[in-house]
Design a protein. Structure first.
Length: 393
């Protein structure tokens, strides 16, 4: 990650989405101890086992043998959670580590949660605990907790290589995705998320008006209030291009960066041999990780149970496809009530209203402008009271 020049700060409108019980349960499982352990492991603070051998990863710089050891360590952690894991090679020595959790409804559409594992400075003493061991360890933790739940969209857990040399690894992936015509619904990039020198709990989300990135930033901002995450946030628009989210912007994919207050409270140990875990604010690190996970899980759309099973005693709520550019399908298993269905824009104005009865409905949203909305469905008796984010593309 390279330092940025001046950025314009703006605030995006924030919609409070209804809590999803699966995301709420997932966030309760996020372990700061797990993240600190993995960050310390790849930052050379103690020996670890890689490929059956005991090693110390004192540097993850691309020119150091520790870089490949770190890639293998991350791969082995991903595999522990039953994820299909690959190492994507590029250039002379580059290795992206990718773990995939197939979506149950739309396996060809992806949500990517990512950080970079390579380090600066060069040489044999380059722990890079904050930049970006913190993000990489958080991605490993995301793989642990998020993989316990089902999602409509495929989730890709990615650890990029050679970010410090020009976003090379993420650009390799984004270029291949564009050339293949892949659909990437959202990229949540987490880079340097554990330092809070002034203790103000301020974190930032970087956005740009590219694809649905502004709307993705709005979803991220709404997670703070929805799940009671202990952070103050500011939005950078136009966001910086010094980290891996910019590779996806360059290929017209929706992406954001979640980061500590790198603008005004930067880590003084940045890109030095003293970028160590001992300087972390652990509570702050925990909250930013939960923020990123909630955003990724919301965009991936949690699904209870098995797709296509109608016999569940408890009602299951689904909207699909989301994002959509035409017909939106809505299911509320077991529902027989008359409900008010309303789609509300980012300013809080209702742009579509209708009355529906029963459990299966289709709504044509093709006339709505591209953007982020909230879909609400309520019944007079209070049995149905549901709100979900909706993206029109």
């Amino acid at each position: 990650m390279k330092r940025s020049f001046a950025l314009l700060l703006v605030c995006l409108p924030i919609l409070l989405h209804a809590q999803d019980p699966q995301i709420e349960a997932m966030l309760a499982e996020v372990s700061i101890d797990s993240m600190l352990y993995h960050c310390s492991a790849i930052s050379g603070e103690f020996p670890v086992t890689v490929n059956g051998n005991t090693v110390t990863i004192s540097s993850r710089n691309k020119n150091n043998p520790g870089n490949a050891l770190a890639a293998q360590y991350i791969k082995e952690r991903f595999e522990e959670h039953g994820l299909t894991t690959t190492i994507e090679s590029f250039g002379a020595v580059g290795e992206n580590v990718l773990a995939t959790q197939p979506g149950l409804l739309f396996p060809n559409q992806k949500v990517v949660i990512c950080g970079h594992y390579d380090s600066m400075p060069t040489g044999n003493d380059s722990p890079a605990a904050d930049d970006d061991g913190s993000g990489t360890a958080a991605v490993m933790e995301a793989a642990r907790v998020m993989s316990q739940y089902n999602y409509a969209y495929t989730v890709v857990y990615a650890a990029w290589d050679e970010e410090e040399y020009g976003l090379v690894g993420s650009n390799n992936y984004a270029t291949a995705a564009e050339n293949a015509g892949d659909t990437i619904v959202a990229v949540i990039n987490i880079d340097a998320i554990a330092y809070d020198g002034d203790g103000d709990s301020l974190a930032r989300v970087h956005v740009r008006d590219i694809a649905n990135s502004l709307n993705l930033g709005t979803v991220a901002a709404s997670m703070i209030g929805t799940y009671g995450i202990g952070l103050q946030i500011e939005v950078n628009n136009p966001g910086a291009t010094y980290s891996d989210h910019a590779s996806f912007w360059n290929h017209d994919f929706s992406a954001i960066l979640i980061i500590e207050d790198f603008d005004n409270d930067g880590n003084p140990h940045y890109h030095t041999p003293t970028d160590e875990v001992q300087y972390f604010d652990n509570g702050y690190y925990h909250e930013i990780a939960k923020w990123a996970f909630a955003t990724a899980a919301t965009m991936a759309v949690p699904i209870s149970g098995s797709v296509g099973v109608e016999e569940n005693a408890e009602a299951e709520w689904r909207i699909y496809p989301n994002p959509t550019n035409g017909l939106l399908n809505i299911s509320l298993d077991g529902n027989t009530a008359t409900c008010n269905l309303e789609i509300v824009d980012m300013k809080g104005a209702a742009v579509l209203q209708t009355t529906v009865i029963g459990s299966r409905h289709s709504v044509d949203v093709s006339a709505l402008p591209k953007g982020m909305y909230t879909l609400r469905m309520t019944s007079a008796d209070g049995a149905v009271d549901i709100s979900r984010p909706l993206i029109k593309n």
